[in-house]
Design a protein around this ligand. Structure first.
Ligand SMILES: [Zn+2]
Ligand SMILES: [Zn+2]
Length: 107
């Protein structure tokens, strides 16, 4: 099974690695940062770009989707603070991508 790009019909080659949320809990006066949530949008070679590189034992590229390639990173105060909120951000990006795709198909 191949994954399709969210922004067109091409085969997706990468997933967006941009952080969109991070679980945050306050315990007395300590801020506990939990699980990070990444965008995970699937995109083809045309609808995203590499924005960074992870060095070390497991080198990997850091990629950004069509929505995030211009900004690179979401500002810390804008990060979602729960899994539910991150899911909402993700589906909003997906809905926007779908609207763009529809405009492309039906001018
Ligand atoms: Zn695409
Ligand atoms: Zn993204």
């Amino acid at each position: 099974m191949i994954t399709r790009c969210w922004w067109c019909d091409a085969e997706a080659v990468r997933l967006c690695d941009v952080l969109i949320g991070c679980e945050r809990r306050k315990s007395s006066n300590t801020l506990i940062v939990g699980e990070p949530y990444t965008c995970d949008a699937a995109f083809c070679a045309d609808h995203g770009r590499q924005i960074g590189h992870v060095c070390g034992n497991e080198p990997d590229s850091i990629d950004a989707c069509c929505e995030h390639r211009g900004i690179g990173a979401v500002r810390l105060p804008d990060l979602a603070t729960s899994k539910e909120a991150s899911d909402k951000v993700r589906s909003a990006i997906r809905a926007k991508a779908r609207r763009q795709l529809m405009r492309l198909v039906m001018p």
